[in-house]
Design a protein around this ligand. Sequence first.
Ligand SMILES: *Cc1c(COP(=O)(O)O)cnc(C)c1O
Length: 395
Amino acid sequence: MVMEYNIDEKGYYGEFGGAYIPEMLYPNVEELRQNYLKVMADPSFKEEFDQLLKDYVGRPSPLYLAKRLSEKYNTKIYLKREDLNHTGAHKVNNTIGQILMAQRLGKKRIIAETGAGQHGVATATVCALMGMECIVYMGEIDIARQAPNVARMKMLGAKVVPALSGSRTLKDATNEAIRDWINNPVDTHYIIGSVVGPHPYPDMVARFQAVVSEEMQWQLQEKEGRSTPDYVVACVGGGSNAAGAFYHYLEDTNVKLIAVEAAGKGIHSGESAATSVLGKEGIIHGSKTLLMQTNDGQITEPYSISAGLDYPGVGPMHAHLYKTGRAEFISITDDEAMTAGLRLSKLEGIIPAIETSHSLAILDQKNFKPDDVVIINLSGRGDKDLQNYIDYFKL
Ligand SMILES: *Cc1c(COP(=O)(O)O)cnc(C)c1O
């Protein structure tokens, strides 16, 4: 089969991807590039990865037929319950994979960057599991805004280092992590939290998250007698939960893919994270992709009520899915997402992460047929967002 939508051997999705990195980072990235597929193909790696996903993360995550939601929208809606994973979201699928990769490459020390703290917590969790040193870079502003996650990381034994430069948020934390990696090329692995960064990261993270659509295939076969749905819907920050949910359906164009971005206070309000609409081609974190930037190429500060969608770019896979039209991109505002999150809570007894609420909100915009099978990737649970829901709805 010709792979039109997955990565090519040079590390590109169409025109997007690659590894645009400073020379000093080249040995680290090259070591990973030369080894990641070999390591992942090793039966002992696969066995340990699968075992941990089962016994530690709690996989497979259920594919749940949401009856009352389906009734309301007059179509058949399944929810892929990534919210039931240990640590409450899909992110741990990737951090488990990467820590095993780091061990196979002989690394002793783990670094990561985090914005809202969710990826930092998922990384600190697997470092505790494996007894490895963990340093998480986080913007000083984010440390102040995300105190519970900072406490979690500390409790798990990680060292949280504030990034004091620039806007003191995610992109500055990323710069600090890259600086650390350049200074510690031999013993350190950098765990990136989404399908972003230089090749091979987008592909490696997508492969670790691909367990999501791998399970969907056999779960749907059991429930519907066919392994392919009509639609798969997922929200996109960097794009890792969407990459995992789309992965095994990428080349099957009978399965329609819907990627949901955060429009914040409105696409053209100046406070948004709708990268596909507002972004232009450029290079961010070592990858050629779509990103929000000023006319002279400076990265614009994104905004969304959900911290996990508040990223100025998308991974190269998603830039390609957008450019080719393989996925439909829909932007959802803060208000639309919050309403959808409350609705799922009341209709199904599931409080979703606000990121996930964006995916749910498309049900008000798209008309599905009664016999369509629609899978929505429920990327995370809403406990972390409770204060936001309380403030918004005056609960
Ligand atoms: C981090 C996060 C996201 C966004 O990240 P992706 O890499 O785009 O998946 C979405 N949902 C939840 C629950 C998250 O924690």
